[in-house]
Every structure is written in structure tokens, then in C-alpha cells.
Write a protein of this length. Sequence first.
Length: 125
Amino acid sequence: MPALCLALGAAIAALGADVAELRWTHSVQKTEWRETWRATGDGLRIERAAVQGSGAGMEPGEGAMLERGFWVWRPQRPPQPEIILTRSGFTGSDWQICIDGVCRTVGSYFPGSAPDENVTLRPCP
């Protein structure tokens, strides 16, 4: 089974797992968004999405159910070759990668990286 990696330029950080949850806070709405991604032989497959509320382009998807304060649904998207995590020093928070309930900021995988350097999530080579 493929595993997940983060890439920043030529630097690669292997996550040691095939499933991870991405979390971020919308810069305007200040609501949290979560997506669970799995590395497969076809690329990255989204398994679940969740959002705390709606507004400013953060509408719950079709069939969403309210669970513990989040609207949760299963997006129907084809596998993606990679996910670009656009970072900004102006939002006040970084993306989080959560594996087995343990969360770390994307920047912690690349010490010394600038808060506006984009990072890519993809299956490990």
C-alpha cells in the first residue's frame, strides 16, 4: 500500500501512514475544515470531509450530516495525483496533518521554511 509524503521543493517528508486528515481554519469565516485522504495506487482519494459551519465558500457537501458540531459527508471525486497546500503567513495558522489522532503543523515537517511556502501532499515515490 502506498504511503503519504509531503514535499517542499526537493525536500520530502514521509508521513509513515497511508491515511491522514488535513485540517485548516478559513481565514475569513474562522471555521475549521477537515478532509481525510488516503494514498492508493491511483493517487490520493478523499474519504471524508467535514466543516464546522457554512459561508464564504465553505458549504457542506451533498448528503452532509451534523456530527459533533461538524457537517460531515463523503465527497465523490476521482483520485488526485497530489494536493497543493497553499500557505500564507497572513492567516495566523498553518495546515495541520493528523495521523492516528496526533496533529502537527505542515511547517513542523520543514523547520526553517517560510510560512508562505506551499507544500504538496502526494503518494510517496
